[in-house]
Ligand binder design. Structure first.
Ligand code: SAH
Length: 218
């Protein structure tokens, strides 16, 4: 089966799974998933499965990427912050829908590979950096949309602070080895409401310890 035929089959699977947002489907049609997976998994690029990307990390199942993208309800007026660049696929999909994507990854090798893909595909509205995404994007005050593609026990406070009024955050919450819930948080008049979008499985959000400042106190 050709790549084009596999892609069409996947898009039909996504529709059957309840993905009906045309911007999400169009973006996933445009971004070549095969460019984001290791060579040895090329023939599985359009299967509806998660794939390993090295360093124990995974590129999410297309259906989960689609569900999260649709759940964000983003448009061309929005700046989006993503935590967990990984292969760069989710950021690339969002870059076709939103004004700008800011994405943070803690593994240098993964970040550099993703940045090379963004450059190759001329996705110039993606800004990426190395760091601990749980602390947010330091120089920016607020984001209209935030997406976290690794699971924390609780939504990180700095991200809740960095979510704009009227903003939406989509993230998996829960530990490893048991169910995680995909949540959509909406901030309205300073109050955050929560919606559960179903069970998911993500690699953990790893918090980098703050650098010791001035040694230990007695
Ligand atoms: N969105 C990615 C999926 C990446 S898997 C894609 O489309 O391919 C989750 C990623 O989150 C991993 O690459 C992992 O290294 C990264 N990660 C985990 N904790 C993090 C943290 N605190 N800050 C930034 N990235 C983190």
């Amino acid at each position: 089966m050709t790549i084009a035929a596999r892609k069409i089959r996947l898009l039909m699977q996504l529709r059957r799974a309840g993905i009906n947002d045309t911007a999400t489907l169009a973006a996933m049609e445009r971004i070549p998933r095969e460019a984001f997976v290791p060579r040895s998994f090329l023939d599985q690029a359009y299967e509806n499965i998660a794939l390993p990307i090295g360093l124990g990390q995974t590129l999410s199942q297309p259906q989960v990427v689609a569900l999260m993208t649709q759940a964000l309800r983003c448009d061309a007026s929005h700046s989006v912050l993503e935590i967990g660049t990984g292969s760069g696929y989710q950021a690339a999909v969002l870059s076709r829908i939103c004004r700008r994507v800011y994405t943070i990854e803690r593994h240098k090798d993964l970040l550099e590979a993703a940045e090379a893909r963004f450059a190759e595909m001329r996705l110039h509205n993606i800004t990426s950096r190395l760091g601990d995404g749980a602390r947010g994007w330091p120089e920016k005050r607020r984001f209209a949309r935030i997406i976290v593609t690794c699971a924390a026990e609780l939504p990180p406070e700095p991200l809740l602070d960095q979510l704009d009024e009227g903003g939406v955050m989509v993230l998996p919450v829960g530990g490893q080895g048991r169910g995680q819930d995909l949540l959509r948080l909406c901030k309205q008049d300073g109050i955050v409401s929560e919606e559960n979008l179903g069970e998911v499985r993500f690699v953990p959000l790893v918090q980098d310890l703050p650098r010791a400042a001035g040694g230990q106190s007695a």
